[in-house]
Design a protein around this ligand. Structure first.
Ligand SMILES: [Zn+2]
Length: 68
């Protein structure tokens, strides 16, 4: 079994950390960085603009002119 410790870099703060099997916050260095990153991700999600509801302009008019 290879027990060598992998060096990782926290995606958020860039701090070098050890990828320990017991590090539940990996690949982040700490719980704080993980929570902040997740928060940013959620914020990005909410920042996605809603698609403009322009479908009303594309709905074909009812055939009111149809005299049959
Ligand atoms: Zn970090």
């Amino acid at each position: 079994m290879d027990m060598k410790k992998e060096k990782i870099v926290c995606p958020y703060c860039g701090k070098t950390n050890t990828w320990a099997p017991g590090n539940i916050y990996r690949p982040f260095c700490s719980e704080r960085c993980k929570l902040i990153d997740l928060g940013d991700w959620a914020d990005e999600k909410f920042r996605i603009p809603l698609q403009p509801d322009s479908s009303e302009d594309n709905i074909p008019e009812p055939d009111d002119d149809n005299d049959t």
